[in-house]
Design a protein around this ligand. Structure first.
Ligand SMILES: CCCCCCC/C=C/C(=O)SCCNC(=O)CCNC(=O)[C@H](O)C(C)(C)COP(=O)(O)OP(=O)(O)OC[C@H]1O[C@@H](n2cnc3c(N)ncnc32)[C@H](O)[C@@H]1OP(=O)(O)O
Length: 237
């Protein structure tokens, strides 16, 4: 599930809770969607923080459900779009891990604050899939195509420090990233929705050279991806 808490100072906190790693199940995804809706429609909420319970942000899709469902009636990509469309700033507070869909959720947010010991990555390749919830668009926009391809194709986890250098994370803290994100959200909640919208639009415009937004994975990218990952196709392996 995802817990919604209305904090003091016009903030809302959305906390993912699905032990042991807060993986995104359909229940968690529904919880995030409903919580976001509450935060967005509440005029007294000026900024939103998303975090995970029990010291971990999120290890991605709940792989236990992959055995049960072939398709899902709720799409994580739609939730990421909703975060980006909304005019209130959203901060991801990353403890321990943000993997796969968890990293896509964080990339959808306007700011990411992580603990120094945290790790991020896209392990989808190890399951034979591609990041499908806007990760293939949002990551290259932040880090450029070569670095994004490297992370997506290798599936490796990187440290918060490397993620900071690449531009995936905005700030690293040694203290509690949730508390830091709340403080930060409070500071920026004064930003007018117009400023945020203008900034988002400008960034989207500037990065449009990287390809169309929203769930689009070009045929060339897919072909390149399979060339590199299917045994026997690459380098005569
Ligand atoms: C609308 C709903 C669906 C949206 C989908 C959107 C598309 C997203 C796709 C993805 O996110 S694909 C990527 C999915 N994630 C992974 O592949 C991560 C797999 N897990 C790991 O790499 C490791 O387990 C870990 C998270 C790095 C932790 O490693 P560690 O060595 O510390 O512990 P483990 O013993 O491996 O695991 C502990 C415990 O956690 C369970 N677990 C781990 N990952 C998941 C997961 N993704 N879903 C469900 N459960 C997970 C693991 O089974 C262990 O459980 P127990 O055995 O202790 O019960």
């Amino acid at each position: 599930m995802a817990e919604f808490t209305r904090l003091q100072n016009c903030l809302a906190l959305i906390r993912l809770r699905n032990p042991p790693v807060n993986a995104i199940s359909t229940t968690v995804a529904r919880g995030i969607k409903e919580s976001l809706q509450k935060a967005i429609t509440d005029d007294t909420v000026k900024a939103i923080v998303i975090c995970g319970a029990d010291g971990i942000f999120c290890a991605g899709a709940d792989i236990r459900e992959f055995k049960v469902h072939k398709t899902f009636d709720i799409q994580l990509g739609d939730i990421v779009d909703e975060i980006q469309r909304n005019k209130k700033p959203v901060v991801a507070a990353i403890q321990k891990l943000a993997l796969g869909g968890g990293l896509e959720l964080a990339l959808g947010c306007h700011y990411r604050i992580a603990h120094a010991e945290a790790q991020v990555g896209f392990p989808e390749v190890t399951l034979g899939i591609l990041p499908g919830a806007r990760g293939t668009q949002l990551l290259p926009r932040l880090v450029g195509v070569p670095a994004a391809l490297d992370l997506i194709i290798s599936g490796r986890h990187i440290s918060a420090n490397e993620a900071l250098k690449l531009g995936i994370i905005d700030k690293i803290v040694n203290s509690d990233p949730i508390e830091e994100s709340i403080k930060f959200a409070q500071r920026i909640s004064g930003q007018s929705s117009q400023e945020l919208q203008m900034t988002s639009d400008m960034v989207a415009d500037k990065s449009s050279a990287l390809g169309p937004p929203k769930g689009y994975t070009s045929k060339a990218t897919i072909e390149f991806f399979f060339y590199l990952t299917v045994p026997g196709l690459c380098c005569g392996m």
